[in-house]
Design a binder for this molecule. Structure first.
Ligand SMILES: [Zn+2]
Length: 508
């Protein structure tokens, strides 16, 4: 689409990326702000997307031996205090419940009453409460491993929020596992990161890098944090999922001990791992364009919308009947293990307007059916990964046969596009001058999309990491697993010798 052409979303990505993002969330009908500051209402189209994410991931968790359980929303304050680093990491963003009753005051207004003996924290994450439970469950090596996941909501009191990317309350899953040995716990940590990578790439069509976080970016209380990192269309990084090797830190704090095979009392090894509704923010910023959302077919709330085009004087009933027949025909097909889902939009809304609504919502395929298509036994198809005016005519049987292949093509195309963008904006940088230029926008007042992933040497001194953060708001996104340690060079900041490159970027 040329620059002059009117786009469905205003501003465009180039004009104002953060505002474009908010407008896509709204125009795609995914979510809206709520009366509670920092908390969003996830609307049916957005929630359906989350349900598909959940179903896909849950299947992968089960296939790797995990089961689901549910733990309390509230955590006693004393539990959080057990792990020093953990409490420090979360203390500043906790919602605290101090009362359990409301009483009517003299002016009729409600006043909190019944002060709790011990305040309760609305879970920011559940290591401590789950740890206390596991301490009871685990007595012997025969009780291990414990491989449990929880789907839940959590609260982190955020000052600056953005729908899906950073909200005070969000939905997520948190896996919490207990193991007999350090090796086994490490294997679990890696395995779940691989599950996240596979899910992000195969379902969400988001290419990700995998690696380890530096100490400063680690989960509070973890020995090591592994992550998947993706590049958004403004070339910033988004941490899309993390898997933590907790060592024995939380097991010690919660008293998870077991009788070993040799009959000795030993402390267990634990892991935790999570992804959240942030993934939806990541999908928007990876795939959406200046006309709105683009849903990867594997998780799309629905695959196809049929839009009957009812012209004045045409046999409306016959066209609608034909549309239903086509829908029924397509619904017998499957895509990625799921029946192809079709919506027939019969609403009495102007056809052009209706079509654009679905463009903005990002449904993978739009099928127009008018009186002439009906006469010819045909359908008129538009793909969301192509321009809004590009349409192809098919005989209806041929379309039904082709549909799952077309969906797969869209899925692959979205992934490939994202990968090309990432590769084009990943640069090997060896000196601080080039590094600084790479991460400095031309317009400092209102920064344009700039930067990307800089692959540079780092001496592993936190002081150099800190300097880059202060100078340029750039951080080490990860120390990639697959980096070449024979690639020796000089730390991009201080010039000391370093082995292998790390990924630097600005991030969400
Ligand atoms: Zn250095």
């Amino acid at each position: 689409m040329s620059k002059q052409a009117k786009t469905a979303i205003s501003p465009t990505r180039e004009e104002d990326y953060p505002e474009w993002y908010q407008q896509v969330v709204r125009a795609a009908d995914l979510a809206e702000n709520s009366p509670v500051r920092g908390c969003m209402v996830i609307k049916p189209w957005g929630y359906s997307l989350w349900e598909n994410i959940k179903t896909g991931l849950d299947g992968m968790f089960k296939a790797t031996g995990h089961v689901n359980a549910y733990f309390p929303l509230f955590i006693p304050k004393s539990f959080l205090e057990k792990e020093a680093e953990h409490v420090e990491g979360f203390a500043k963003e906790c919602a605290v419940v101090t009362h359990h009753r409301l009483e009517q005051g003299p002016d009729g207004k409600l006043i909190p009453a019944g002060e709790l003996e011990e305040p309760l924290i609305v879970r920011p994450t559940s290591e401590t409460i789950i740890g206390a439970t596991y301490a009871k469950w685990v007595q012997s090596y025969r009780d291990l491993p414990v491989l449990v996941n929880q789907w839940a909501n959590v609260v982190r009191w955020e000052m600056r929020t953005r729908m899906f990317l950073r909200t005070t309350e969000f939905l997520w899953q948190e896996g919490h596992t207990v193991h007999e040995t350090e090796t086994e716990a490490w294997e679990e940590t890696r395995k779940m990161l691989d599950v996240y990578k596979q899910f992000a790439e195969e379902y969400l069509a988001i290419p990700v890098l995998t690696g380890e976080k530096t100490a400063s970016e680690r989960f509070p209380g973890a020995v090591s944090t592994l992550c998947i990192e993706a590049m958004m269309q403004d070339y910033k990084a988004l941490q899309a999922g993390t898997s933590h090797f907790l060592g024995q830190n939380f097991a010690k704090a919660s008293g998870i001990q077991f009788q070993s095979r040799e009959g000795q009392l030993e402390t267990a090894w634990t892991t935790s791992w999570g992804v959240s509704t942030r993934l939806i923010g990541g999908m928007i910023m990876t795939h959406a364009d200046d006309d709105g959302m683009i849903m990867p077919p594997r998780v799309a709330p629905s695959h196809i919308v049929i839009l009957p085009i009812l012209r004045k004087g045409c046999d409306e009933e016959a066209v609608l009947k034909y549309a239903e027949e086509v829908a029924a025909m397509i619904r017998t097909k499957t895509y990625a293990g799921r029946a192809v889902e079709v919506i027939v939009d019969k609403r009495d809304v102007n056809a052009g307007e209706k079509g654009w609504e679905w463009v903005k919502k990002g449904i993978p395929l739009r099928v127009e059916i008018g009186p002439r298509d009906m006469e010819e036994g045909a359908v008129f198809v538009a793909r969301r990964d192509q321009g809004p005016k590009e349409k192809t005519s098919y005989k209806r049987e041929a379309f039904a046969e082709a549909v799952s292949g077309i969906l797969e093509e869209i899925q692959t195309n979205l992934f490939e596009r994202a990968k090309v963008l990432r590769d084009e904006h990943t640069q090997t940088i060896n000196d601080y001058e080039t590094f600084t230029r790479f991460f400095t926008p031309k317009n400092t007042e209102k920064p344009e999309a700039h930067g990307g992933f800089a692959m540079s040497h780092w001496c592993e001194d936190p002081a150099c990491e800190e300097k880059i953060k202060n100078d340029l708001t750039v951080t080490v996104r990860c120390i990639p697993f697959d980096r070449d340690l024979n690639d020796t060079g000089k730390c991009v900041v201080c010039g000391k010798p370093a082995k292998g490159r790390v990924v630097f970027a600005k991030s969400y």
